[in-house]
Design a binder for this molecule. Structure first.
Ligand code: ARG
Length: 480
């Protein structure tokens, strides 16, 4: 059977293979609700501007609402025989209400329609992603609150560098995620503008009211230039970048969880819920959930590259290549939503092995710089102090001793500035507490970080709630 299209008046029907190749009905399923909202707003505007009669408007509104409830209940579904979601719904409408259905498309094109649909889809998806990030930040700050006394090594180059608290480490992740959420909310402002009414490229001769449709759909304002309206996919790429940045952070967290749960580290134990057994080795618990987060987020970065590459060679304005944006962005945003939620589950149930973290922090001479700072305070230039402590560490390695276990007489061999009081600055917990410069790992500083992070979290949660209720209000008006 030849496929059904909206434009057969010019070129005749497509054959099956062409239709299968060009159809986007599968990915477009996600857009069906938004397509109907867009059509409801458009037809209300056409009526208001007397472009079509009030009778037709009422019949079309009624038909669109019926189609929505049939799609929701599963009574109807998008048919792959039709090119895309727009065609599907217009065909359903004409089947339902007759020729009046054909009046809906007055003064618009699928080019402005598809971008409007995708913007509405992404608004919701971004708010959902930000909510999931907010949940994860809350779990991390709670974890931080409960782990202010847990001392562990802070690593650089994967080598023991300076002791930190587990709370400080958790907050480092929380701040990265806070930026991810803020970045999504910035992108939200550029997603949330309305291209509807741009027509195919140049606008329309009908006296449409673009402000009205924009308001009805909850957008901030109509976009200014019709050619930009139908060719802009910056908002898609920007969202894909936000998702990619978040992916980098989730993947790095996942990698740490995998390493920390090895017997060699033994810093954490993941709940059995988030690990799997081996089909062959009965003793094993594998950190599959974290590994899958690390693996799947790779695809999100792939989506960003696909989108950038797909757009970079396109002249203005709409080109069919752009249909491919939906496959990538829907995959990208839904993957990060799932991965963020799974990371919350893992972090909620993870157990810190504080003894192991502490004993690891006691290895590796992480108080060496404290000894150097001590000498600087006694008047030695830092470079000289660095050399003296390096010799002390070399000596400790030979003697298989930690710095704070040396006798004063041995210490004095490295500098006669060293006195009995050196022993008060070398214990690991003192090293942590003395790092009280702004942003440092001392308990007091970490408490400030937790406080700041929760404050911005509450602000962001409030903003998400507000945007969600604005959108919800629009849907209530449109669906009657
Ligand atoms: N399915 C198309 C897309 O997703 C909709 C726009 C089609 N416009 C056109 N002139 N063929 O991009």
């Amino acid at each position: 059977m030849a496929g059904k299209v909206l434009w057969s008046s010019r070129s005749g029907d497509m054959d099956d293979s062409m239709l299968r190749f060009t159809s986007s009905a599968d990915t477009d399923k996600e857009l069906a609700f938004y397509d109907i909202m867009g059509s409801l707003a458009h037809v209300m505007m056409l009526g208001e501007r007397k472009i079509i009669s009030q009778d037709d408007v009422l019949v079309i509104i009624d038909g669109l609402r019926t189609i929505l409830s049939r799609l929701r209940s599963g009574e109807s579904e998008l048919d792959r025989e039709f090119e895309d979601v727009h065609t599907n719904i217009e065909v359903m409408l004409t089947d339902l209400i007759g020729p009046a259905g054909g009046k809906l498309h007055t003064g618009r094109s699928r080019n402005d329609q598809v971008s409007t649909d995708l913007r509405m889809y992404l608004r919701d998806a971004v708010l959902e992603a930000v909510s999931r990030i907010n949940d994860l930040i809350r779990i991390l700050t709670d974890t931080a609150q409960n782990s202010q006394n847990i001392i562990m090594p802070g690593f650089t180059h994967m080598q023991h560098a300076q002791p930190v608290t587990a709370a400080h480490h958790m907050m480092a992740h929380a701040f990265k995620l806070g930026r991810d959420a803020d970045r999504f909310m910035d992108a939200y402002e550029r997603i949330n503008v309305c291209p509807l009414g741009a027509g195919a490229v140049a606008g329309t001769t009908f006296p449409i009211d673009r402000k009205m449709t924009s308001d009805l759909l909850g957008f901030r304002r109509p976009m200014e230039n019709s050619m930009d309206c139908v060719s802009d996919r910056d908002f898609v790429i920007e969202t894909a970048f936000c998702a990619s940045m978040l992916s980098v952070h989730l993947s790095s967290m996942a990698e740490e969880l995998v390493i920390w749960s090895t017997p060699e580290f033994g810093f954490i134990e993941m709940d059995d819920k988030h690990t799997t057994g081996s089909s062959m080795l009965p003793q094993k618990r594998n950190p599959d959930a974290a590994e899958l987060i690390r693996g799947r987020t790779g695809g999100v970065i792939g989506d960003l590259v696909s989108l950038l590459t797909m757009m970079k060679g396109l002249p203005l304005t709409y080109n069919r290549d752009m249909q491919e944006d939906k496959r990538s962005i829907i995959h990208s945003i839904s993957t990060v939503i799932q991965c963020t939620a799974m990371m919350s589950c893992i972090m909620n149930a993870v157990r810190f092995n504080s003894d192991r973290m502490l004993s690891s922090a006691l290895e590796g001479y992480m108080n060496a710089v404290d000894l150097a700072d001590y000498l600087v305070n006694k008047g030695m230039p830092f470079r000289e102090a660095h050399n003296a402590v390096a010799s002390a560490v070399r000596y400790c390695i030979l003697e298989k001793k930690e710095l704070d276990k040396l006798k004063l007489s041995e210490m004095k061999g490295f500098s006669d500035l060293i006195e009995e009081d050196v022993f008060s600055i070398l214990p690991i917990d003192v090293c942590v507490e003395r790092r009280n410069s702004f942003g440092g790992t001392s308990q007091q500083n970490t408490a400030v970080q937790i406080f700041e992070s929760i404050n911005s979290l509450i602000e962001r949660e409030e903003r998400v709630r507000l945007e969600m209720s604005l959108i919800d209000g629009c849907w209530k008006e449109l669906t009657g």
